[in-house]
Design a protein around this ligand. Structure first.
Ligand code: 9MR
Length: 575
């Protein structure tokens, strides 16, 4: 299998901010510098210069040169770079490149809501669909899901929430990080100068709750927060206060299957400490953000956060079974110091209480830059960074010296990522060893760390590294492919999804614009990858095929950092 990588001249196919860095990559066996030429839409040459030979890129095993046209700052569409006989895909230079991506990346969440009809007026006919898992045949409704654990005989009303990904499972651990990153995207607008809350505000997004006086991004987050609360063991039962790890089908369904067509029994899988801490963390963060808009809901969230945290402390080692992967993902995680840190940090930021202060300051992770911000990126299984970022950015009761230390870990991590990206031929803040399942989200989460460092310090090197990450995701990469549907001339559009399955059934749509593919995964963990990608260099281990779930799925916890970053980048351009 030879991927079609198009032109060897690789650029961000969306474009470059007027005052931002402008870098590209050229794949060539030539060892001497080559001349590049930037032309505008009319074909007029506007700049020229020499490439820099960089040798072999270990991530892609391609021979590459870099080029840089950062001196050009004339806005326009349809620019191209030509080197010899080869011309890049067209791109823009401008300030308003990411406004649409911000709302599209957020629309992903409404599209993937469970338990509610997806309204054509909000998403268009093509993407409209009936409510899923609402107890209308052949569905089993999520309003009465039987507990699936030895010794429990209750059912939970766990309707609502977001579907995880291409499947119809609803998982608390990646649900928690996803909603937390939406909340953080909003919270950033409250705590950061130059961050604009209006594009996330009431009436700004296509959600059914728009016009209710509450910022739309909080409406979207609430849909998931309520689901997370509903996954808790009821009072009076053994393990009350703990959260069930996940709810999903008894067996995997075929592709395509629309949510309302799913005929599988729904099952509530055992509780876990990780899930419980996700509820605690996300609910604690939600509590402070809903205080202004709905004090009763805020109080409910805070009470749930505190009791969840207490339940997790009392049951610190209830691990999800790594082999519980039939009909849904396992999402198992054997190391929970990071979840404890995250939950304690959010509770501390919200309440200032001594108990949580002690848990934060006493954690072995506190002050440990590498443990908080692993170079391979934070993720659903490595969540301490979320707590660290909240402590660093949201006003809280740390002393000045403690705050300076926390902020120091963010900038130290970001310094490492700037260096890492600077050594990558494609400018990506991800090392050759980190192309795992969902690598694009690892890139995005590293970009969140960099962007936060930029918010804290104003240092342009951090901003430039974030923009370099966007360049990578939007086409300046070994496959010359934008991993975000609807963005760039050559975009991923066959991601693994049971409704957005146009590749299998032309009457169904492709993924909605603004859906980010998981990305290159060097482990080859699905049959398509095993068949097509043997021997691939890490950053090449990707195929835009609907059945390649290990390289090409889409999920809430990958689109959430995309939304966060699009929001940051749109703010950079001035809105
Ligand atoms: O994102 C998850 C990734 O980190 C794991 O390595 C992988 C295998 O366990 O599972 C991924 O999550 C998938 C989940 O298990 C099932 N629904 C789709 C998720 C994204 O591919």
């Amino acid at each position: 299998y030879e991927p079609d990588t198009g032109s060897p001249v690789r650029v961000n196919q969306v474009g470059y901010l007027t005052e931002g860095p402008k870098r590209g990559t050229f794949v060539t066996e030539a060892t001497e510098a080559q001349t590049w030429t930037l032309s505008d839409a009319a074909g007029t040459e506007v700049a020229t210069g020499d490439t820099t030979p960089l040798g072999v890129d270990p991530s892609s095993e391609q021979h590459v040169h870099g080029f840089d046209f950062g001196e050009v700052s004339t806005p326009g569409e349809g620019y191209t770079v030509t080197i010899g006989e080869e011309t890049s895909e067209p791109f823009a230079i401008g300030d308003d490149l990411y406004a649409e991506l911000r709302s599209d990346a957020l629309a992903y969440f409404y599209h993937n809501r469970s338990g509610i009809e997806i309204d054509a007026e909000l998403v268009g006919e093509e993407y409209a669909r009936p409510a899923g898992h609402v107890n209308a045949a052949p569905n089993q409704g999520d309003d009465g899901v039987p507990c699936w654990q030895d010794g429990c005989d209750y059912t939970l009303d766990a309707a609502g929430g977001w579907y995880d990904a291409g499947d119809h499972g609803k998982y608390v651990v990646n649900g928690g990080i996803a909603v937390a990153q939406l909340l953080s995207s909003y919270e950033r607008t409250l705590t950061t100068e130059g961050a604009d809350g209006a594009p996330l505000g009431d009436g700004a997004l296509a959600v059914p709750e728009r016009g209710n006086g509450v910022p739309d991004i909080l409406d979207e987050a609430r849909w998931q927060l309520e689901f997370l609360l509903s996954m808790r063991v009821p009072a009076g039962e053994e393990l009350a206060g703990m959260a069930h790890h996940k709810l999903h089908d008894a067996a995997w369904t075929a592709l395509p299957t629309l949510p309302h067509e799913d005929d599988q029994p729904r099952e509530l899988h055992p509780v876990s400490t990780a899930a419980t801490l996700n509820v605690a963390a996300a609910a604690a963060q939600g509590a402070r953000l809903f205080e202004e808009h709905d004090p009763a809901f805020a109080a409910e969230l805070l009470a749930a956060a505190e009791s969840s945290y207490a339940a997790a402390v009392a049951n610190p080692e209830l691990l999800a079974d790594p082999n519980d992967g039939v009909g849904g993902g396992a999402y198992s995680d054997a190391k929970l110091t990071d979840e404890f840190y995250w939950a304690a940090a959010e509770l501390f930021v919200t309440t200032g209480a001594d108990e949580y202060r002690a848990a934060v300051l006493g954690s072995e992770l506190h002050g440990d830059t590498e443990a908080l911000f692993p170079a391979g990126g934070f993720s659903w299984g490595e969540t301490a960074a979320l707590g660290g970022l909240s402590l660093a950015t949201v006003p809280n009761a740390l002393t000045e010296a403690e705050l300076a230390q926390v902020r120091g870990t963010v900038t130290e991590a970001a310094d490492g990522l700037v260096e890492l990206a600077g050594g990558e031929a494609y400018g990506v803040p991800l090392g050759v060893d980190s192309y795992v399942w969902g690598s694009n989200s690892q890139v995005l989460n590293n970009m969140v760390v960099l962007a936060t460092a930029h918010d804290l310090t104003g240092e342009s090197a951090y901003r430039d590294a974030v923009l370099g990450g966007l360049d990578y995701l939007l086409g300046r990469n070994p496959l010359n492919l934008s991993y975000v549907t609807g963005y760039g001339e050559r975009d991923a559009h066959n991601q693994h999804h049971r409704f957005w399955a146009n590749q299998l059934d032309p009457s169904l749509p492709n993924p909605a614009p603004g859906s980010v593919a998981g990305g290159p995964n060097s482990e080859l963990q699905d049959p398509i990858a095993e068949d097509l990608l043997v021997g691939c260099a890490p950053a090449m281990c990707y195929v835009d095929h609907i059945e390649s779930y290990a390289t090409n799925e889409i999920t809430i916890n990958w689109n959430a950092p995309l939304a966060w970053i699009a929001s940051y980048a749109d703010d950079l351009g001035g809105g």
